[in-house]
Write a protein of this length. Structure first.
Length: 144
């Protein structure tokens, strides 16, 4: 029972410690030039919104999720490493720990691939608003 409790509490502890740091730094409006008619207390943008601003907000949310996936993958790799150390040579526990670490790396690779695809699609759709597409870095969106 004690190992099960540690197995559940440790990953939750890591996530609880690290996620608020990421969430407090999230400003989905960063780069957007739209919002309320007058400045608001939360620091949101001012003015009318365009579709390009929606692309910027979507890009900011996707970037936050990819950062969160790094935190989760790191926590799972650490957890797998701890399980491997605490396995005391038990082959089934060693293979379970390896499986956790490999699955964390596979999950991170899937998240990075998804980010690449989604970010490229958002950038290509937003490039319709550029006078000369392809001039900016591939993952940067600027509204005119």
């Amino acid at each position: 029972m004690k190992k099960v409790t540690i197995g559940v509490v440790f990953p939750l502890f890591i996530v609880i410690l690290l996620v608020p740091v990421q969430a407090s730094a999230l400003n989905i409006w960063e780069g957007a030039k739209c919002g309320a008619e007058e400045p608001i207390e939360t620091g949101g943008p001012v003015g009318s919104c365009t579709i390009c601003d929606a692309y910027i907000v979507a890009k900011n949310i996707v970037n936050f999720l990819i950062e969160l996936s790094f935190v989760i993958a790191t926590a799972m790799i650490v957890w797998g490493g701890l399980q491997m150390i605490l396995s005391t040579g038990n082959p089934s526990k060693v293979s379970q720990a390896k499986s956790i670490m490999i699955n964390a790396l596979i999950g991170l690779a899937i998240a990075l691939t998804a980010w690449l695809v989604v970010n490229t699609i958002i950038t290509v759709l937003a490039n319709v608003y550029y006078d000369s597409p392809g001039v900016l870095p591939w993952n940067e969106i600027q509204c005119r």
